[in-house]
Design a protein around this ligand. Structure first.
Ligand code: COA
Ligand code: MG
Length: 292
């Protein structure tokens, strides 16, 4: 999933638009983009959307962001949306994998109740929204097999940290938030889950978004969350391998196929060995996922 677009679930207008914007995943939001007084109205709207969207051909993945596990809201969120069979749940503000495992148990029960195959419902955790969570990231190495991906958040984290800014004047992350980002990336890769970059809130700034996507893709993230439909095309483009990358990958795979006994090889004056083959495989997997 390259682009994951948040859609506030209490907004008729945004829900109506969501399916047509080309996102690989929609995240129906019941959490921070929905005011407390609107949560009860948002739940059936999210469920109705899921029911209508589920059977559409070539549809995006459909996730729901529920409220955090330390609120009174999340059980009602799950009760409302699980009968409509979302592909996954986005888990905000977990303190570590223990919270994700608690959510997984609640999903076990909901799936049994609604005749959904066990563990069909995936989880993406926003793994750095509270200070404690940055310190417990290694717990995700043992997390529930439902865990599809890890992403990170700077907004809630910075509020709790008391930071007055998360970005330098030039736009780059300040040190604490770069640490959270980078540890999220390492943890996701070590745990074998998708690393997903956080939202870019300056949503009219297309150039700034493109640059942030470029840096994320360069470092190994394979997708990014979006808050506005106009961000989706930029994100999809940035996380789709280029034709030059795909050509290179085919060349590397062919080189190793034609030289089965070889360790190190040479290509246009560059040394090529095992890590290049691993990189080439990854590029071709991402190209296939992007429909190329
Ligand atoms: N999903 C689907 N549609 C959206 C959308 C979203 N996240 N954000 C905007 N749209 C729609 C608008 O309804 C509007 O539709 P229209 O063409 O039918 O009029 C169109 O896209 C253009 O929207 P625009 O007027 O540019 O933005 P806005 O001022 O209405 O909204 C935000 C700006 C930031 C409030 C809005 O994009 C939003 O709610 N984003 C999601 C916020 C969120 O989920 N935050 C939590 C995660 S951090
Ligand atoms: Mg939040």
């Amino acid at each position: 999933m390259r682009s994951l677009l948040f859609v506030p679930a209490d907004s008729e207008k945004k829900i109506a638009k969501a399916m047509s914007v080309g996102a690989d995943c929609l995240i129906l939001d019941l959490e921070d983009s929905v005011a407390p007084a609107r949560k009860a109205a948002a739940r059936p709207m999210a469920a109705a959307f899921l029911r209508a969207a589920r059977d559409r051909p070539n549809r995006p993945k459909l996730y729901v962001r529920i409220n955090a596990l330390d609120t009174a809201e999340w059980p009602a969120d799950l009760d409302a949306v699980m009968p409509a069979r979302p592909d996954g749940i986005m888990h905000p503000k977990p303190r570590g994998a223990e919270d994700v495992d608690r959510l997984a148990i609640a999903l076990d029960h909901a799936e049994a109740k609604h005749g959904i195959p066990t563990a069909a419902t995936r989880i993406i955790a926003i793994a750095t929204e509270v200070p404690m969570a940055v310190l417990t990231l290694p717990t995700y190495l043992e997390a529930s097999s439902r865990l599809e991906g890890l992403t990170w958040g700077a907004e809630d984290l910075s509020a709790l940290m008391g930071s007055s800014a998360t970005r330098e004047a030039g736009g780059g992350w300040t040190s604490p938030y770069r640490l959270a980002r980078d540890l999220c990336l390492f943890t996701a890769m070590a745990a074998g889950r998708q690393p997903i970059d956080t939202v870019y809130v300056d949503f009219r700034n297309t150039e700034g978004l493109a640059e942030e996507c470029r840096l994320a893709a360069r470092d190994g993230f394979t997708g990014k969350m979006a808050i506005h439909p106009d961000q989706v095309a930029t994100i999809n483009a940035a996380f789709t391998p280029t034709s030059a990358e795909i050509t290179w990958a085919h060349e590397i795979i062919a080189l190793f196929r034609d030289n089965p006994g070889a360790g190190a090889l040479s290509l246009r004056g560059q040394m090529i060995d095992r890590p290049h083959a691993v990189r080439a495989d990854r590029i071709l997997i991402r190209a296939k996922l992007a429909g190329l």
